[in-house]
Design a protein around this ligand. Sequence first.
Ligand code: ZN
Length: 453
Amino acid sequence: MLPLIPYPTTMNLSGGTCRFNPDTLVFQEQSTLPHEGYHLSITPTQTVLAFADDAGRFYGEQTLQQLTSPDGTVPLGEIEDAPRFSWRGFMIDSSRHIQTVDEIKAFIAAAARYKLNVFHWHLCDDQGWRFESERYPRLNEIGAFRNGWGFGNPNPERYGGLFTKAQIRDIIAFCAARHITVVPEIDMPGHSAAVLKSYPHLSCIGDAADVPTGAGVFSSVLCAGKEETFEFCCGILEEVMDLFPGKYIHIGGDEVPKDNWDACPLCQKRIADEGLKDSEDLQGYFTARICAFLREHGKTPIGWNEVLNAGICPQDMVATKWWDRENRCDAFANSGGKIIMEETAHVYLDYDYHRTPLRQTYSYDLQPDTLTAAGKQNVLGIEAPIWTEWVETFSRMGYMCFPRLLAVAELGWCGKAPTDYPAFRQRAEAQRAALDALGVTMAPAEDWDPEDT
Ligand SMILES: [Zn+2]
């Protein structure tokens, strides 16, 4: 078994090897190959890499790199390969703890090696705003900082910072060179404590509580009764669209406590004026308005699965299935909506290995039978987030994400697990040196499946 991740779709190998000579590598455009697909043919005299597009060429090169042994030899034969899913994503939370540009790039380089193609960037949350804004400078000065380094840490040291527009452009270009699309997330109307500390007038009750220094779901939500809230959200999204060239923008929508809306005269007036049922419906109204704005600008909105709660989610919105107690994503996909599989039990990389062993990530079924045949076709793919409430350092991030992100990459590329689990573990362990070279530290193998030993 070759130590490849993700494992190629079809391999016909002769059993022999030869020394790889880069001078004999021939690139061939072949329009009949699928998008992102490639064909590698290795003989003792030459290596031919055929592809239909630049992404296919890039993925063929990644495979060739993984195929090359430390002694410089490659196996002889043919590999024909293409991904099962178009969405093979990872999410980084830069709000709870921020990373450096170099750390983000190291992580992206590692993800690209395994043919992941979406970087979902969680750029703001209650505990810190991380996107430099020209129109709303108080976000940079106030929302980007909190009094406390490390959650639950009594040390009152000021913590924070943000990514400047130049840094973000640099990261977008770094991703583009590796065929990774960046999907920015501006979470609204919940998870907005950092926004409300900066601009208290956007809250229902003039809420200006400090930017929180601990984990949790906070009642600091944007007031959906005020027009200023929509002006702010659209203003920020315009800045986001100026910067991020991709088609998708994530607008969050998760964990929105309704207490303030229930008590707010302006929110209640909006509910009455719009003929809405309750505050849950008001979130549906909020989401629909933001989606319409993004659609006017040619963008496709994405939201966490709570955007489906009101039952009035626009059909062209993409839902991220993370914790879907009522299984609304299934009904949404079965009726034509697109979904991304990102469930806590399998791919939440901030959960420790006792809670989510590698085996459990690798067994994730992206097209369960709760979906109809048509619904299964509406699964765009898989994504795994690393939430950073308890992930303060980049080395901790590497430990939590690898090798579980390797399982995510393989499921996204292959659909179902292509080899048995012990073989996957061996292939994952074989990645350690390459990840080390990229500056990403994988968890030791004895930690991957704690209950198995
Ligand atoms: Zn309100």
